[in-house]
Design a protein around this ligand. Sequence first.
Ligand code: AP5
Length: 210
Amino acid sequence: MNLVLLGAPGAGKGTQAEILKEKLAIPTISTGNILREAVKNGTKLGLEAKEYMESGKLVPDALVISIIKERLAEDDCKNGFILDGFPRTIPQAEALEKSGVVIDRAVEIAVSDDAILARLSGRRVCIKCGAPYHIVSCPPPADNICPKCGGEIITRKDDLPETIKARLEVYHSQTEPIKGFYEERGKLTVVPGEGGIENTSRAILEALGV
Ligand code: AP5
């Protein structure tokens, strides 16, 4: 199963990817997590990506396409994978297709802009493994230590209100057209993303026939 998760920033892609990877026993590949790790470690990639990410813009296509090609060539992707945050532009979707990767299903998690603004201002993430939490719907432990890996749980720099608005604009102009790309190929499924985490998981698994 080669799966793409689509949706606005904060739609719940990372949350669902964590759940699906356990159910489907395939790895999750999050370009956002890979880039944040590179920024944290101060690598060449991180230095190039930092400014784009902190201002809510997309990192240039060439950079993320090469990251994904390298990652998909690793052994653990042989039986399938879940892409979270890639592709995010039509050129990225085309590059994936041209490289011979066949996507079985693209699942769009549909959430309104108002709900996104409320969600992202309450989001917290583990700095080490990227696991997402929310102060209301999925509260982190009181000591802010991630129960999954022991990492510190923090607020992301791009979850400030002005940056959230910028990310939503980028999403509507550059990423939303990807829905049409997968719809034309008969691979798009849209699931509601506002009825709670478990209901969204159920809708995705049903759509996948799992
Ligand atoms: P990335 O990390 O991919 O950020 P994003 O797409 O903006 O998505 P988020 O991680 O913010 O949200 P999510 O949909 O995963 O939601 P989550 O599960 O956390 O990218 C960051 C940056 O990296 C980009 O801005 C860009 O600069 C760069 N980048 C990355 N990929 C790139 C690419 N391909 N090309 C170019 N640049 C790229 O959930 C959000 C919150 O809501 C959480 O607190 C969660 O607990 C809560 N929640 C989740 N589901 C529900 C629910 N059903 N009900 C209530 N609360 C919920």
